[in-house]
Design a protein around this ligand. Structure first.
Ligand code: RB5
Length: 143
């Protein structure tokens, strides 16, 4: 992974939270690739999810996707080969999705969690590395 580079995207429902998370990540020293959306006009989450997923797979980086629940984004992103997108509404799931599942896209919902929890989830997800070892075999089985 390119250290400190992160793709971020949302649909209209996630737009406000995306802007907050973007500022937070910049303050944490991340370089951001914002793939939209850029307003609260109604948007289709599969379009953003697909774009984020292909860029993540191609560049071997990570992405954060926000919609109303995080669910639509994760379903769509997981259609792309080598993508392991997870919906997390708590920090423990975020941490273990990295340790055991090597998740490369984090999704959450602006209608589900507040901004402080979203920041905590992002922080732990970005800081935690994959444990590999016995978990690599299981990831290989998925692919
Ligand atoms: C948009 O209303 C909403 O359906 C979308 O943001 C997301 O929650 C889908 O999973």
């Amino acid at each position: 992974m390119k250290d400190k580079y992160i793709i971020i995207g949302s649909d209209h429902a996630g737009f406000d939270l995306k802007e907050i998370i973007k500022q937070f990540l910049v303050a944490e020293g991340f370089e951001i690739g914002d793939i939209g959306v850029y307003s609260k006009d109604s948007a289709d989450y599969p379009v953003i999810a697909k774009q984020a997923a292909y860029k993540t797979a191609e560049n071997n980086c990570r992405a954060i996707l926000i919609c109303g629940t995080g669910i639509g984004m994760s379903i769509a992103a997981n259609k792309v080969k080598n993508i392991r997108a997870v919906v997390c509404s708590d920090t423990t799931s975020a941490k273990f999705s990295r340790l055991h599942n090597n998740s490369n896209i984090l999704c959450f919902g602006s209608r589900i969690i507040g901004e402080n929890l979203a920041k905590d989830i992002c922080k732990i997800w970005l800081e935690t590395e994959f444990e590999a070892g016995r978990h690599q075999k299981r990831i290989d089985m998925i692919e």
